[in-house]
Design a protein. Structure first.
Length: 452
């Protein structure tokens, strides 16, 4: 047997930082994205396939005790049992065949010994693998990824509600533009994320079970009276997948690509969010919690760096780079099948791990910030020229010709305090009542409609 100690990874020796430095942060994905998980999911599919063959009369009915034997095989498949599969694979050099031989060995001394040749009957490895990959991906997203994204989205909404009335300076092109509210800027990200979350929650992956070139050839040859298309549909949909019956050997990857491109869009939104949080911290508008014992710089003891947002940003970039690579490759398969998709699909879990790490870091960063309201208000009131949009539109409303040009000459490149703004209003070609109305404007009340 392959030594289990050989397969135990010391986090300090791990090649990938996912299994090394960050293992504790992404460990919950192991049940859905590891080699062990792949063995477990494929074994269950092979067993469920045997049960399904029995139900349509390909071989005898199974007794209640035999059903229990199958269920125990699935339930009891632990690391020790998976090691046995890997031992067999050392000889077969074929992972799915190793599972077939493992099951034959486990069932050989039971009442099921007479149906051993129906294990993996009429299938190609890809019939099992495509289902296992999609089930692993479905469970990883529904149980782990979506939960973390929903937690992050909820916290962004909390910030939205908390600061919906706090006015702040809005910038376009990095320059002072117009007042907005901090809550509304959080709301933008909340709504963008939730559009994608609804897509992620609703979408169904598509699996196939139709043989070596997609024509049910072996199955139809052996049992031509069986409706194998119906059998395939019933079997695939029993796992919560949709069936794809028109394929070659592999199940087309457009469904998986769609899922990952949805994650890619979410990651892009969060990249934008992380960078905005970073800038607000840099401006002193957001303050990070000072945690005892933490060090921000090896030489500058005063620093509290925005490392959670920065780490999130880096991991999002890695995740999206992986997604970009395999979504451009996965639609391509030479003729009826080549193997290049296989090694790519084994990295789906790695991609999800970088996503999960990014989401956790972003949430962690968000939970340790507080708002410096005084600084936000001071910066907002530091330049009243940001009210020039309101003034020029008011001039147009009152029929003043070239209202925009008048304000441009008075404000472009100028920084105004409150008194400067009031003196500017007095120079405008308006009557006293109109000027008095404009003088009611402040950076804190010119915020438009910011919250539903």
């Amino acid at each position: 047997m392959i030594s289990k100690m050989k397969n135990l990874i010391n986090t300090l020796n791990a090649i990938s930082p996912i299994d090394g430095r960050y293992r504790n942060h992404v460990e919950e994905l192991s049940d859905y994205s590891s080699e062990f998980a792949f063995i477990k999911y494929r074994t269950e599919i092979e067993i469920r396939y045997l049960i399904a063959l029995s139900k349509i009369g390909i071989f005898r009915k199974l007794s209640n005790n035999e059903q229990k034997i199958f269920n125990k095989l699935i339930e009891n498949l632990d690391i020790d049992e998976a090691e046995k599969v890997k031992d067999i694979e050392e000889t077969t050099r074929h992972d799915v065949k190793a599972i077939e031989y493992y099951l034959k060995e486990k069932l050989s001394n039971t009442t099921l010994s007479d149906i051993l040749e129906f294990i993996h009957f009429g299938l190609t490895s890809e019939d099992v693998n495509n289902l296992a990959i999609r089930l692993m991906l479905k469970d990883a997203i529904q149980i782990v990824i979506l939960k973390k994204l929903q937690n992050l989205s909820k916290e962004i909404l909390n910030q939205t509600n908390k600061y919906k009335k706090l006015p702040m300076l809005g910038r376009t092109h990095g320059q002072a533009a117009l007042p907005t509210t901090l809550g509304k800027e959080f709301l933008v990200f909340y709504e963008r994320i939730n559009i994608e979350l609804k897509i992620l929650q609703a979408f169904k992956l598509k699996g196939k079970l139709n043989g070596a070139v997609g024509n049910y050839s072996a199955l139809n040859f052996a049992y031509p009276k069986i409706d194998w298309r119906k059998f395939s549909k019933d079997f695939v949909t029993s796992f919560g997948l949709e069936v794809n019956q028109t394929t070659n050997q592999i199940a087309p990857y457009e469904d998986i690509i769609y899922i990952f491109q949805t994650l890619q869009r979410i990651n892009g939104i969060l990249l934008d969010f992380n960078q905005d949080m970073w800038r607000y911290i840099s401006d002193g508008w957001l303050i990070q919690e000072n945690k005892k014992g933490e060090i921000g710089s090896s030489t500058m003891p005063q620093k509290i760096n925005p490392i959670m947002f920065e780490n999130s940003e880096g991991n999002l970039i890695i995740a999206n780079s992986l997604i970009e690579g395999f979504t451009s490759k996965l639609p391509l398969s030479r003729l009826q099948r080549d193997l290049s998709n296989s090694t790519i699909s084994r990295n789906f879990g790695l991609t999800l791990a970088y996503c999960l790490l990014a989401y956790k870091n972003c949430l962690s960063g968000l939970l340790r910030i507080k708002v410096n309201e005084n600084k936000i208000i001071d910066d907002l009131n530091s330049d009243w020229s940001i009210l020039s949009e309101a003034v020029q539109i008011y001039l147009k409303k009152q029929g003043v010709k070239k209202g925009y040009e008048i304000l441009k000459d008075l404000t472009r490149g100028e920084k105004m305090g409150r008194d400067d703004f009031l003196r500017m209003v007095d120079k405008l070609p308006l009557n006293k009542n109109q000027k008095d109305e404009l003088k009611k404007l402040t950076p804190q009340n010119y915020i438009g409609i910011t919250y539903p």
